[in-house]
Design a protein around this ligand. Structure first.
Ligand SMILES: Cc1cc2nc3c(=O)[nH]c(=O)nc-3n(C[C@H](O)[C@H](O)[C@H](O)COP(=O)(O)OP(=O)(O)OC[C@H]3O[C@@H](n4cnc5c(N)ncnc54)[C@H](O)[C@@H]3O)c2cc1C
Length: 277
């Protein structure tokens, strides 16, 4: 439970405060930090509210989304692509969408994440800030796949912004839950590009499976890029074989594998048909 709140005045200040306070967290929208039975266990919170990270800007070849941008801002922005608005709307509560931030959602990388499967499928990049061991401030620009693959190592990292390329990539995401207010059993994201020779490349296949984490299905990605999977039903079989699930209150393991494979198969089919990019 939070007992102490600092308002950081700069990114460097936020990182210094975090380093000097054990059991501290960055405070963005606070929706997970303050949730009953939250996964975040902290005594000290460092507010990011004064860092100017709440804007969405057009940077020419890419769109920059500050980490403090709320899910509702994503929905309302003319700059944000439809696939990301769709993912933001997976959060059915207007009140929560108005508080929850894109940075907070990504940092959690939860097994029922609204945004992670879609953002991972998009191949966006993250602008991050850190302190070196000696305490020097540094910023970096990393692929989101790296943030996902080494998530634990990034626990002290501050996400400043998300950078979305304006290329003509297909990205789609689907969420499966008994209602918009219930925990998702499975949320999937699929992204791919059709290059100038009409070859499918840069494929990304992700499934957030409740109880089993956010999974990258590398074998499925490779099989698509090698031309071994060419139809929705090929995709369905391959995902069913690769995805991991466990029985819990949201669904059985078998149902999770089934629904992940159905979802990814339908997104792949939409991509093959030239679905919205
Ligand atoms: C009833 C309820 C149901 C929910 N259901 C879901 C759900 O189904 N799916 C889902 O994805 N989420 C769910 N959430 C959690 C939450 O609403 C979202 O994940 C939200 O996007 C978190 O963002 P936030 O800004 O509120 O994060 P906060 O609560 O402020 O922070 C969450 C964590 O992210 C870290 N963090 C925040 N910003 C940054 C940053 N810029 N850089 C680095 N670390 C940062 C914090 O240190 C903290 O550890 C639910 C919450 C509630 C209350």
């Amino acid at each position: 439970m939070i007992q102490e709140l600092f308002i950081a005045t700069s990114s460097e200040d936020a990182l210094n405060l975090k380093r000097s306070h054990a059991k501290s967290v960055f405070y963005a929208g606070g929706t997970e930090i303050n949730r009953l039975h939250s996964t975040v266990d902290a005594k000290t919170a460092i507010s990011l509210a004064k860092l100017g990270l709440n804007a969405i800007t057009d940077e020419g070849s890419y769109i920059r989304i500050g980490s403090m941008v709320t899910l509702q801002q994503l929905v309302e922005s003319e700059l944000v692509p439809q696939w990301l608005k769709d993912a933001a709307l997976f959060c059915g509560s207007f009140t929560r969408r108005n508080m929850a931030t894109i940075g907070g959602n990504l940092a959690l990388m939860s097994d029922h994440s609204y945004l992670a499967p879609a953002l991972l499928a998009s191949r966006c990049r993250l602008l991050t800030a850190n302190l070196t061991e000696g305490g020097a401030y540094s910023e970096d620009n990393i692929p989101i796949r790296e943030y996902h693959a080494y998530h634990l190592q990034f626990s002290g990292t501050l996400i400043l912004a998300i950078s979305l390329s304006k290329d003509s990539r297909y990205v789609g995401s689907l969420r499966f839950a008994t209602s918009s207010q219930n925990r998702a059993s499975v949320t999937v994201g699929f992204g791919a590009t059709l290059n100038s020779e009409q070859v499918i490349d840069h494929v990304r296949v992700f499934a957030a499976v409740h109880g089993s984490g956010v999974q990258r299905l590398n074998a499925v990605e490779n099989a698509i890029e090698n031309g071994e999977l060419t139809t929705g039903s090929d995709m369905q079989l391959a995902v069913h074989h690769s995805v991991v699930g466990m029985d819990d209150y949201t669904a059985t393991a078998e149902y999770k594998r089934y629904i992940a494979s159905e979802g990814l198969s339908s997104l792949f089919t939409a991509f093959l048909k030239g679905g919205a990019r």
